[in-house]
Design a protein around this ligand. Structure first.
Ligand code: GDP
Length: 445
């Protein structure tokens, strides 16, 4: 995955540190050198690497570390802090217009993922109660207008496109007309998709700048493919000069990019990364949290994203009802079964487990994770009587044997399921009451 190698190298560096009590200046230098190499190998731009390691070194040699109870952990914390900083610091939310429709313009190279992003943003905004309209101002690429219509339909959002057969067309004019239509039809957000080229080119920039002038956007999002590698910085700078974007969207974070683009762009342009795209589907999209990304890179876990994804998988009413059940201890195996089906809808369980702290250390188990276990779990629960599902306490030895036989599993598997259910119920009870969960064996987060 993106950042995989970087993450492995950094965690290795830190585990070598962990055995040390006090850190000598030589230890610090060695560590900083390792970090520097890992970042350069991940394609992070040289000036960013220099800056980063300079700050880490300075802090690591200061009293902050000398006086720390656990110097090695303090260094990890410093690296985490500095990673958060180069990823843009605080999470930056979309800026909405005070009056009239909010205009979001998308810019970037062809293939960066702009059109897909338009659909993702529209769906996300719609879920949040907005009434977005998509505008097809990419009249360059032959299928762009049609592609936008398709994602618009998938997202359930209106699409403004120039009349077909209108030949070349003028994207600035389209954008202007679209604004009028958006006002008339009272759309509160307008998302303008613009044309990209395979490389930065002067005419493309001029066109993007004219569209920008015509629609006076509240946000200009620069979409960049995380796989772009070394070219990231030059491309970002060209777009910054050409259209002056307000935020960055990293796309294709699901690929196995080395991550350099992500770590360089915010830092070099001074513009925050606002969203991350993680797949071709419209739901593969999330606000970007620098702190969570940093802890993911350092394998400190990403428990918040996990919880949010879980929440998103349930619709609101159901989430509330479930939370209520957790809080009042009336959550049953029946509910558990229902939840598992929803988990399946969330996509890969493996991906979810990968976000747990220490997940990289469990790589092998994760790789061996068998999604068909869900199916066995389902079979076990289905072999229980309704009373047993509601009250697992009823499950004595002979009932467990009957269930194992009925579901084609073993008593051990039935036992494990009951234990897992109890742990999950306990963990979710904490979450439902507003607390942070504890992952068994990991201590509080
Ligand atoms: P545009 O030229 O900038 O509008 O780019 P598109 O939106 O057409 O995307 C180009 C290709 O990348 C399409 O095949 C998309 O399905 C794909 N794509 C877009 N975003 C992502 C992403 O986050 N992950 C992956 N794997 N593919 C993506």
């Amino acid at each position: 995955a993106t950042f995989g190698t970087l993450s492995d190298r950094l965690t290795q560096t830190f585990s070598a540190l962990r055995t040390k009590g006090k850190l000598s200046p030589a230890d610090v230098d060695g560590t900083v050198r390792e970090i520097r190499r890992a970042l350069l190998d991940a394609d992070v731009a040289l000036p960013v690497v220099k800056d980063f390691t300079g700050r880490v070194r300075e802090r690591a040699l200061s009293d902050e570390v000398n006086k720390a109870l656990n110097p090695a952990q303090q260094v990890v914390k410093i690296v985490n802090d500095e990673l958060v900083t180069i990823l843009g610091g605080e999470q930056r939310r979309l800026q909405f217009a005070k009056s009239g429709p909010t205009v979001i313009m998308l810019a970037g190279l062809q293939g960066a993922g702009k059109t897909t992003l338009a659909g993702k943003l529209a769906k996300w905004l719609k879920n949040d109660g907005h009434t977005p309209m998509l505008v097809a101002a990419d009249l360059q690429r032959p299928n762009a207008v049609q592609q936008l219509q398709v994602v618009g339909e998938q997202a359930g959002a209106a699409v403004y496109a120039p009349e077909p057969g209108n030949g070349v067309g003028d994207p600035v004019r389209v954008a202007k007309d679209a604004m009028k239509v958006a006002r008339d039809r009272q759309h509160d957000v307008v998302i303008v998709d613009t044309a990209g080229r395979l490389g930065v080119d002067a005419e493309l920039m001029k066109q993007a700048a004219s569209i920008r002038k015509a629609v006076d956007p509240d946000e200009v999002l620069f979409v960049i493919d995380a796989m772009i590698g070394q070219d990231a910085v030059a491309t970002a700078q060209a777009f910054q000069e050409g259209v002056d974007f307000t935020g960055v969207v990293l796309s294709k974070l699901d690929g196995d990019a080395r991550g350099g683009a992500a770590l360089s762009v915010a830092s070099v342009t001074g513009r925050p990364i606002m969203f991350a795209s993680t797949g071709e589907g419209l739901d593969d999209f999330e606000p970007f949290y620098p702190d969570r990304m940093a802890s993911r890179i350092l394998d400190l876990g990403d428990i918040l994203t996990l919880i949010e994804q879980a929440q998103k998988a349930f619709d609101d009413d159901q989430a509330r009802a479930t939370a209520e059940k957790f809080a009042t201890d009336s959550f049953t195996l029946e509910d558990f079964l229902e939840q598992m089906q929803q988990l399946k809808n969330m996509g890969s369980i493996k991906g979810m487990l990968g976000m747990l702290p220490g997940a990289r250390g469990m790589k092998e188990q994760l790789d061996n994770f068998d999604e068909s276990e869900l199916t066995r779990t389902e079979a076990i629960i289905r072999s229980m009587t309704p009373a047993e599902r509601r009250l697992p306490k009823l499950l004595n030895g002979s009932r467990r044997l009957r269930i194992a036989k009925g579901s084609g599993t073993t008593v051990t598997e039935v036992n494990q399921l009951v234990i897992r259910f109890e742990q999950a119920a306990k963990m979710m009870k904490t979450v439902a009451k507003g607390g942070m969960p504890q992952i068994p064996g990991m201590g509080p987060l």
